[in-house]
Design a binder for this molecule. Structure first.
Ligand code: GLU
Length: 520
């Protein structure tokens, strides 16, 4: 077979914000397209008008813009195979529905919802298929004139796909291998509804993949059950030769327990399942997004890429988009669900965050400080970032255990850096560090230390050291922990000289005097 141009598509339905699993699907399509010098198409599958949500399409486009996933064609991007919004392709689908009807591969059915319900009550596990279709009201059971009359009178109908029973259907999946099922288990799916003049997902999806010359269908595992039907549709249209290759990606699983990752898991454990914050237009509910949580797009791309695929042990886990494009291997994706690890996601963000210059943290850090009523300068803020970005913070995990992790978001810097801007105004006498390091003699020692610092004219780290170090040597005192209590109020923070240099002589001495006065 001659090499076919790689053309893949991401085809969301605009029914709400894009789930992070959908983002991974789009990313894999993007990596695959770029790797093969092919095209990535953005198609909107909006034939189910009842589920349309305003703003969803714009949200999806904005998400990919933020993540750096670029499309070559499609809604808002243009291209030669448009329109790319299915609701604008009605006439195209009608032609193909007619083709199936004319070829006897589909039929018209008039059964009303009430009639179908009645049948479901009557027959256990009722399915509209070869075993039951002759008991129903359709163009196979009604005389042709009757069918014509009903259509002329405007009776509502659907077009159903006529599935031939007892056939083995083969889905050749690039990830799952050969999946075989018997056609007898499939039902005669509705392909078109006269009520809205629109096809259903299955028909529109196949017709569009064909007309848009899609070479590979890379999508979530939840679509695998539809694949045999899709194979049969290609056959019915006599398009088997140009049928795309399928690749069904593994599910994203909950961080703990069994089942698919859901928004509830995110809410419970405090991580987003959407790329951007989403404001539900109906309920007004706000769902958090990776962008607003302080994730960098490169970090999101990197950790998502590794959910269901990995480049093997010879490679670092930290991979840029270009490296991902080079290394990605669709056929090596896992068949098993990929467990969503939000602690790992934070780790990735830490890695990308610390690669950035300190100045890059400043705008968000400044917003954080302002939200806490603190005014500072970009220089001072960058200085604090430099001193604190490699610290660890404590957090409580889903089981309520206290754990530690790296600073992974700019927002982690608060309250970690509060003392740079706000002097301690009280001391927790129960605090272990304070009890251990503030003793009977400490106030006197700090007083002598203050006298030494008074003499320091150049209050830089070097300037202080030049005077303080000889004094420490000679006096044999070790004032560091007590000094930390004075300036920080607790057993944390950066190098003490760096902190005192940052605070300046006056503020440093002021805090020392306050500690002596308060702790005695
Ligand atoms: N519209 C489907 C979705 O929402 C597309 C499935 C497919 O890629 O075939 O994911």
């Amino acid at each position: 077979m001659s090499e076919r141009r790689v053309r893949v598509r991401f085809a969301p339905s605009p029914t709400g914000p894009l789930h992070i699993g959908g983002v991974r699907t789009a990313l894999y399509n993007y990596l695959f397209a770029r790797q093969h010098g092919g095209d990535l198409i953005f198609r909107i599958e909006d034939t189910d008008s009842g589920r349309f949500v305003p703003g969803a399409e714009e949200y999806i486009i904005e998400s990919f813009r933020w993540l750096g996933i670029k499309f070559d064609e499609g809604v808002s991007f243009g291209g030669d195979h448009g329109p790319y919004r299915q609701s604008e392709r009605r006439d195209i689908y009608k032609k193909y529905v007619k083709q199936l009807l004319d070829a006897g591969r589909a039929y018209i059915a008039f059964d009303t919802p009430e009639e179908l319900d009645a049948k479901r009550k009557e027959v256990e596990n009722f399915q509209y298929d070869a075993t039951t279709r002759m008991q129903m009201r359709n163009s196979l059971t009604l005389p042709a004139e009757e069918v014509k009359r009903m259509m002329d009178e405007g009776c509502q109908y659907v077009v159903r796909f006529k599935i031939e029973p007892g056939r083995e259907v083969l889905v050749n999946d690039m990830i799952r291998g050969e999946v075989r099922i018997n056609s007898s288990i499939l039902d005669d799916k509705v392909l078109y509804k006269s009520a809205d003049g629109l096809p259903t997902y299955h028909l529109a999806n196949i017709v569009d993949d064909h007309l848009m010359e899609v070479s590979h269908v890379i999508r979530g595992e939840e679509w695998l059950p539809s694949a045999p039907l899709h194979v049969l549709l290609y056959e019915a249209f006599e398009w088997t030769d140009s049928m795309p290759r399928f690749a069904h990606l593994p599910l994203l699983l909950k961080p703990v327990g069994n089942g698919k990752l859901s928004k509830r898991d995110g809410d419970k454990l405090g991580f987003p399942v959407f790329p951007l914050e989403w404001h539900d237009p109906k309920s007004g509910e706000v769902s958090s997004g990776y962008r607003e949580k302080g994730y960098l797009p490169q970090a999101v791309v990197n950790f998502l890429a590794l959910l269901g695929w990995n480049p093997g042990n010879d490679h670092s886990e930290l991979l840029s988009m270009d490296e991902l494009i080079q290394l990605f291997d669709l056929s090596k994706c896992s068949r098993n669900g990929a467990r969503f690890d939000y602690i790992k996601a934070a780790w990735f963000n830490h890695q990308y965050l610390i690669q950035q210059p300190d100045e890059a943290w400043v705008p968000e850090f400044d917003r954080l400080l302002q939200a806490n009523n603190i005014q500072s300068t970009p220089e001072k803020e960058a200085e604090v970032v430099r001193m604190m970005k490699l610290k660890v913070i404590e957090y409580t995990d889903s089981e309520g255990n206290k754990k530690k992790r790296n600073v992974s978001f700019v927002s982690d810097l608060w309250p970690l850096t509060r003392f740079f801007f706000v002097a301690p105004n009280e001391f927790d006498r129960e605090d272990k560090f304070i009890r251990k390091n503030w003793k009977e003699t400490t106030a006197q020692e700090i007083r002598s230390f203050m006298e030494v610092l008074q003499r320091v004219e150049d209050f830089s780290v070097e300037g202080q050291k030049a005077i303080v170090d000889p004094w420490v040597e000679q006096s044999g005192l070790r004032p560091w922990n007590a000094w930390r209590i004075c300036l920080v109020g607790a057993g944390q923070g950066p190098d003490m000289y760096e902190l005192s240099a940052f605070l300046g002589k006056e503020e440093t001495l002021r805090r020392m005097q306050f500690a002596i006065d308060t702790l005695g």
